[in-house]
Write a protein that binds this ligand. Sequence first.
Ligand code: SF4
Length: 302
Amino acid sequence: MAAQYTGKMPQKTKAPPPAADPAKAKGGKPSALPAQAKPQKRASGKAAAPLPAAVRRAKPAPVVVPTEPKPAPRRRAVANAAAAAHGRTLAAWSHAEIVEAFTRFEAADPEPKGELEHSDPFTLLVAVVLSAQATDAGVNKATRGLFAAAATPAAMAALGEEEIARHIRTLGLFKGKAKNVAELSRLLIARHGGQVPRDREALEALPGVGRKTANVVLNIAFGEPTIAVDTHLFRVANRTGLAPGATPLAVEEGLEARIPDRFKLHAHHWLILHGRYICKARQPECRRCLIADLCRWPEKII
Ligand code: SF4
């Protein structure tokens, strides 16, 4: 029968008390161990030898939870090559389609942000230089210690190549990157009074700084409407038909020419985040994609 509602909180049922030791209950001595914990005797009548101390101290092996494998760089390169081949067969999106796509990106995330930790143009520049062939999470892990030790060009130059390398040794190509960071810090002092220049040519003259890094710095640090084409933008632009192109520069020029000015400041972040989390190299999540109806990728799954 269902319990009747009384308007009172139900009382917790008390757990039954532990079973009394029958030996103690009879007035005798309490038994030292529960029956199952007593040492078992061998058939010979002798007690089993205790386990060696090393074995008793050994911890059980940790349980390894399998995680989804990350796409290897080679597989991403293959996916991007397939996207570029597809792009060569496409008519690019119309102006109306581009406006529609960016209107949706803007509505979903009006102020998109990059994921590299930094506090000013210099720390941003260093973080972007370190991000080649590395994830943003990996760079952030390395730069927390590095920037605590040196966060200005003068301090970084004084820290020196060897110490910089020690802080960033978890990153690929860390020796070359350390050399570049030390040298670009020295050059910023020698040529630009210790400031990061707001000028593409001057930026690209620094060691380790190419067109993509200069575009990121100009966009994030100085609010210029530049569009840095990395592996994610290259793939998205070619798969969708937004701005097909055989090289990163061709894609960048296509995006520059076709994206309306009012969307340009945030276009880089919208597209990089879309490529990183939705339009992934091996398994794009087309069912979560807000531009799926506009996309011309023949393998999309919707
Ligand atoms: S529909 Fe799929 S392939 Fe096309 S942009 Fe979206 S996630 Fe990428």
